[in-house]
Design a protein. Structure first.
Length: 368
């Protein structure tokens, strides 16, 4: 009887041990002396506590949801009794894609940077304006230098620049001929509407009429202008002079937009002469933005939910995966992926308030 009781007790003890093993949460790191597997630590500006699966009753819940062909793969640090990760101080990482994309997990969970999901400025298409400037070489100039928005940017009879916006650009072209004649032209140009008459252009042309008289012409480009004035105060478009100065300048304005042309080193020996000028072409190029893939949700200590897809991220936002590898199945038997991540972003609550959020860690998510 005593032996039977001992055998019964031993059997019950063994069954309890097996039952405990069967219910163990495989997503938890070993609770022995081994180092924790999954954790997230904040940077100095982020107001959340470090989270480690298996410490302080924190568990890493790995889940996925599917809607048609769409899949959301999640990994949530939350208390063991909060599988929905909607309780205070819970942190969730989400990767969104399609079942087709997830047919190759190593490609879907690739290394490198990911775009944030949602209402994110970095998800907007990138537009640039490839602009080519062409100097007028009919005046005999041999060298050219270009200044854009008061910065020397190029030399040669033509050159190309890529602008990140279509705001008007202030262009100055200086040309020098083998005879020593030097000229400059300055004007605003439109990238949004190349050749717009709102931005006048001007060119000085000089020719000899006879041995004692010369004709100066201010050739104005564009359909209209408000004001034209030479450096000596004359407002005539075409004028005759009897003594040729070495320097001439003329200014033309349409509203607040001013253009000017100048000639230096002018003499009868270099006539006919003209100041330099230029034309340009603009090609608007659109680069599709990378498709958003990730979102982060944080529930603060007061239970308020903050998400990355609640507003626009700025240009410093980043989410990067530096390590990616298959991991053990979770307690539901679902496949999981271990990821080493670093992130910097803004989180937004339901009223649009913004808070900075950044950190790094080892996480895991489940996938089909």
């Amino acid at each position: 009887m005593k032996n039977a009781s001992y055998l019964l007790a031993a059997t019950i003890f063994l069954l309890w041990g097996l039952l405990g093993t069967a219910c163990q949460k495989t997503g938890l790191p070993p609770d022995s002396t081994e180092a924790p597997v999954f954790m997230v630590t904040p940077d100095d500006i982020s107001q959340f506590k470090p989270l480690t699966a298996g410490v302080d009753s924190v568990y890493l819940f790995t889940r996925f949801t599917t809607t048609g062909q769409e899949v959301v793969c999640k990994g949530s640090f939350a208390k063991e009794n909060c599988p929905a990760a909607d309780c205070p101080e819970s942190l969730t990482f989400e990767f969104k894609g399609t079942t087709i994309e997830l047919s190759e997990p190593s490609l879907f969970f690739n290394l490198g940077q990911y775009a944030y999901l949602g209402n994110d400025s970095t998800n907007s298409d990138s537009v640039v304006y490839r602009t080519v400037f062409y100097a007028d070489t009919l005046g005999g100039a041999a060298s050219f230098s270009w200044t854009i928005d008061d910065q020397l940017t190029g030399t040669g009879s033509s050159f190309e620049l890529v602008f990140l916006d279509d705001t008007p650009k202030r262009v100055e072209l200086e040309a020098v001929s083998p005879t020593g004649l030097r000229s400059k032209v300055r004007r605003l140009v439109s990238l949004a509407a190349p050749g717009s008459s709102t931005f006048p252009q001007i060119n000085i042309q000089v020719q000899e009429l006879d041995t004692i008289s010369y004709q100066l012409t201010a050739a104005v480009g564009g359909s209209q202008y408000d004001t034209l004035v030479w450096g000596d105060g004359s407002d005539e478009v075409s004028r005759v002079v009897f003594f040729l100065d070495s320097t001439y300048s003329v200014f033309v304005a349409q509203g607040s937009n001013v253009a000017s042309a100048m000639l230096f080193g002018l003499s009868a020996s270099v006539l006919p002469a003209r100041s330099t000028d230029f034309t340009y072409t603009v090609e608007k190029i659109t680069y599709p933005a990378p498709k958003g893939k990730v979102a982060i949700q944080w529930v603060d200590k007061n239970g308020m939910i903050w998400r990355t897809d609640g507003g626009n991220q700025d240009g410093t936002a980043v989410f990067e995966v530096s390590e990616s590898a298959p991991y053990d199945n979770n307690e539901l038997g679902q496949k999981t992926r271990s990821l080493r991540v670093s992130f910097r972003c803004d989180l937004f609550n339901a009223t649009g308030e913004r808070r900075p959020f950044a950190g790094e860690g080892n996480i895991a998510v489940a996938y089909p």
